[in-house]
Ligand binder design. Structure first.
Ligand code: PEP
Ligand code: MG
Length: 905
């Protein structure tokens, strides 16, 4: 038979810290603290397995539970020398939730369980403190009616009409009438009257009496805590944090100790080191004469734990050592030491002081910012508390984002006014004035002001504005839409697909949820979370930490998989190198037609696109050649000695067709045709399904002269650089292939030009590879055939995902959220590799490709290449490298090192 109840107390425990799955974080850590002799009030934990059984059976407790709880209660009663429900010496307990992973504030807790008309007189007599007993009782009524009688019963009153809110208002009214500032000002008599009024209001509101037996209260509370696993907040939090629904919560029933017994009592929360900066100082807050909820609820300004960590708000309040004496603080400080040595990590603890005696109520590994994570990992390594691998595992890859970009101050964010949400497409934070056109963004920036470019969606024509703006916000588009891709490449803060925005660019205003914002209004974007706020809110610049370099060096020593960057210009290449890229995994040739100095080549590209025959096209290509060659050559030079994967042109043509009249007129002039003809050719280029239209290798199949020009540019650049004493390593990559014959046809052109070029430059060979993107399911399935010609594969998981799911990568905004909310998919597959579908294709391609060509080099260059979970997948699938935008290179390096460490385990 399964055991459902685990006891702890008096220096012993049936569980320990390793059992978080069964006992939840709180239960497991209380057991551990009890075992190491810390002052933990005795209690017992009912397992998560019991929770699941209870929830799955529609709220029926397993048969054996009653007996196990009774036995455990007797153990607690013995240690405490008190009895639950006893009229003379009544024991009170708390019933607290605790999942496997901490979900702060998302589930429920009930304190002071066991106070009833049969036990109140006894407790007053025993403590000699009537005020304390009625304070505890009014707290019990408030919490219990809310958690057990309302929430657990599935009653959902309108905002502000819940029982808790009503009771809070009653309490507030008494305080106001008497002119009291704090709850502690209420007299015994006032509390007594309030308790009676509370019970009447509970009956009126919820239709049943407040339970008056300790036993009923206990079982009501246990069930309600279990049910809080499926409360609204808990469910949403699980979805955001990807916590499975079937983990369940444990319930810890623990004897109460009281921080509300007067001025020699109190309760607090502390971190063994500063969770925001990592500084090795004991940091925390406490409230005198209070119970735990008062600290977290923010009703009273908490006191500082010690004098070293006082701040502006609490400077005037006494610290714990000042108020309680050095002994009490000293004991807590020792606990800090013991716990850090035991857990070898920063902990977040909750404690209560009852009449100057310290009790530990909780400890768990504390949440921290990226800066703090880095500093603590390096400090603890230096202190000898942890080893190198542990230090590497301590920083979450995405936390590096905070160290590389200015970010929105998380504290300030808590009180900021949220306007709307979108997809977190480009990292960091940005703030500035709303502008609705690319030109206005450029103009405002020229005036030295910050602009946030707000667009329905972005097109190459916006790119100057995107470059100039501090941040980008669009109503449409997905994580791999161009706006997102380009922004991430620049490390620019960007939110896309904020579907609630109704943008009227002409009128220069936008509407969202009934509010209107106009040009010039200031907003703040949190691009790492996809949140848009009103006004300017405080930012943090965390880039200056000198320890990052040392940490990253350690990371690289543990890493076996390569990390490259997606970069399309010499400037991006330099940036990528600074972030530690070991090559370029994707040079998108067409990106030279966006961004700074793109007017001339873009014009020539458009001329080429609109050419009617080979002659016109060849002439346009000839004009384009110097531009293509110079970006390629400069990039190869910048990456001297490192591989640069240059992808042949892959423009979805619709992105480059000129829509503006001025441009059409100019093109008509150079092509020597009239405007109507230009328009006709533009119309002819429109495709119903451009993502699956005339793009990628197909372009070169129809117009070999385009391929020829590019191959020549690559080979000439390399040959010239060799003769200049450099070491270029170009890799030619053919996009959107689905058959080896496409590769072969293109290769014929290569084989013609290659010997000509090296001979012309007096060389014997050029160090060059010829390979393909694997971004259609067919190419993946035919990996063995593709590898007959391809010397390398690079998974284009943007297109591979699009084509595997049949989800248009630019149009996921309309349905992706529903898919996530309804649990059809766990994560957006454009952000993180869909391991079961797309991942399977990757594995097949790797296996079949290597069967044909043992040493074939395999990487990934889709956007998922910078996502830590995908990096781990790639490591397991045996890829040689991942490639991602420059700002994500450090993240990928860390994720790759962690993958190696975890897999070795
Ligand atoms: C891809 O499809 O994953 C890819 C890298 O190419 P692009 O995003 O340019 O289509
Ligand atoms: Mg692609």
């Amino acid at each position: 038979m399964k055991k459902f109840v685990y006891c702890f107390g008096n220096g012993e425990a049936e569980g320990d810290a390793s059992q978080t799955e069964l006992l939840g974080g709180k239960g497991a850590n209380l057991a551990e603290m009890a075992q190491i002799g810390l002052p933990v009030p005795p209690g017992f934990t009912i397992t998560t397995e019991c929770c699941n059984q209870y929830l799955n059976s529609g709220g029926v407790y397993p048969d054996q539970l009653q007996e196990e709880v009774q036995a455990a209660m007797i153990m607690v009663e013995k240690i405490m020398d008190m009895k639950f429900g006893d009229p003379e010496s009544p024991l009170l307990v708390s019933c607290r939730s605790g999942g496997r992973q901490s979900m702060p504030g998302m589930m429920e807790t009930v304190l002071n369980v066991g106070l009833a008309s049969s036990t109140i007189p006894g407790l007053i007599k025993k403590t000699g403190n009537e005020r304390f007993v009625y304070d505890a009782y009014r707290r019990l009524i408030m919490m219990y009616s809310d958690v057990v009688m309302e929430k657990a019963e599935g009653i959902e009153p309108e905002d502000g009409h819940g029982v808790r809110a009503q009771l809070d208002r009653m309490l507030g009214a008494v305080k106001k009438a008497r002119g009291y500032e704090s709850d502690t000002d209420l007299s015994t008599e006032e509390l007594k009257v309030l308790c009676e009024q509370f019970k009447l209001r509970v009956k009126e509101t919820l239709g049943s009496e407040f339970p008056d037996t300790p036993e009923d209260q206990l079982w009501g509370a246990i069930g309600a805590v279990f049910k809080s696993w499926n409360g609204k907040r808990a469910k949403s939090y699980r979805r955001i944090e990807n916590i499975p629904d079937d983990w369940g919560t444990a319930v810890t029933v623990q004897s109460m100790v009281f921080g509300n017994m007067g001025d020699t009592s109190g309760t607090g929360v502390a971190f063994t080191r500063n969770p925001a900066t990592g500084e090795n100082l004991f940091y925390g807050e406490w409230v005198p004469n209070a119970q735990g909820e008062d600290v977290v609820a923010g009703i009273r300004t908490p006191n500082p734990l010690n004098n070293e960590t006082k701040n502006d708000q609490n400077d005037h309040l006494p610290s714990l050592s000042d108020a309680m004496g050095a002994d009490v603080y000293g004991e807590l400080d020792n606990v800090r030491d013991t716990l850090e040595k035991r857990y070898k990590d920063m902990l977040d603890i909750e404690f209560t002081i009852q009449d100057k005696k310290l009790f530990m109520l909780q400890c768990r590994v504390g949440k921290r910012t990226g800066t703090a994570a880095l500093n603590m990992a390096m400090d603890m390594l230096e202190e000898g508390l942890i080893d190198k691998n542990t230090a590497i595992m301590r920083v979450k890859p995405l936390q590096l984002n905070e160290l590389l970009h200015p970010i929105v101050d998380p504290e300030a964010e808590k009180t900021a006014v949220l306007i709307t949400k979108g997809l977190p497409a480009g990292p960091g934070g940005a703030q500035g004035r709303i502008v609705f056109t690319s030109e206005d963004a450029v103009e405002l920036t020229k005036q030295g002001r910050s602009a946030i470019l707000v667009r329905e969606e972005t097109s190459p024509e916006d790119v100057e504005g995107m470059r100039a703006a501090k941040g980008i916000l669009t109503a449409r588009g997905g994580m791999t839409s161009h706006a997102a891709l380009v922004a991430r490449g620049w490390g620019k803060c960007c939110i896309v697909g904020a579907g609630a925005l109704e943008i009227n660019a002409k009128a220069k205003k936008l509407k969202v949820n009934g509010k209107t914002y106009v040009e010039g209004d200031i907003i703040t974007l949190n691009g790492s979370r996809g949140l848009v706020y009103e006004d300017r809110i405080k930012m943090m610049d965390a880039t200056k930490n000198p320890r990052l370099a040392a940490f990253m060096q350690m990371v690289d020593e543990s890493r076996t998989m390569g990390v490259r960057a997606n970069a399309d210009t010499p400037e991006d290449a330099r940036q990528a190198k600074e972030f530690g890229a070991e090559g370029i995994g994707l040079f998108r040739t067409e990106h030279m037609f966006y961004g700074a100095n793109s007017e001339a080549p873009l014009f020539l590209l458009r001329k080429m696109i609109l050419s009617e025959n080979q002659k016109e096209r060849e002439s346009a290509l000839e004009d384009l050649y110097p531009f293509v060659k110079s970006t390629i050559k400069n990039t190869l030079e910048e990456m001297n000695g490192m591989p640069v994967t240059i992808r042949l042109l892959d423009p979805p043509l619709h992105e480059f067709v000129p829509h503006m009249k001025d441009m059409q007129v100019e093109l008509a002039k150079v092509l020597d045709i009239d405007l109507a003809e230009v328009r006709k050719r533009c119309d002819a280029l429109q495709e119903t399904n451009p993502m699956m239209g005339h793009r990628g290798v197909r372009l070169g199949i129809t117009y070999p002269e385009i391929t020829k020009m590019q191959l020549k540019a690559i080979l000439e650049s390399a040959a010239e650089l060799i003769n200049e004493g450099k070491n270029p390593i170009p890799e030619i990559m053919v996009p959107v292939t689905c058959d080896v014959k496409e590769l072969n046809i293109t290769k014929i052109i290569f084989d013609q030009i290659y010997p000509e070029v090296y001979a012309n430059h007096g060389l014997k060979s050029i160090n060059i590879k010829y390979g393909t993107m694997v971004e259609t399911p067919r190419a993946a399935l035919l990996g063995d055939k593709m590898a007959e010609t391809a010397e390398f594969f690079s998974f284009g998981t943007n297109d591979l995902t699009q084509l595997t799911f049949g989800f248009s990568r630019d149009d996921t905004g309309g349905f992706m959220n529903d898919y996530l909310e309804k649990g059809i998919i766990g994560v957006d597959p454009f952000q993180s590799i869909d391991t079961s579908g797309v991942g399977e294709l990757i594995k097949i391609a790797v296996e079949r490709g290597r069967a044909t060509r043992k040493d074939i080099k395999i990487g990934i260059c889709g956007e998922q290449g910078g996502d830590p979970a995908s990096v781990r997948f790639c490591y397991k699938a045996g890829l040689d490298y991942v490639s991602c935008s420059p700002f994500r290179v450090p993240i990928a390096r860390l994720a790759a090192a962690q993958a190696a460490i975890m897999e070795a385990k």
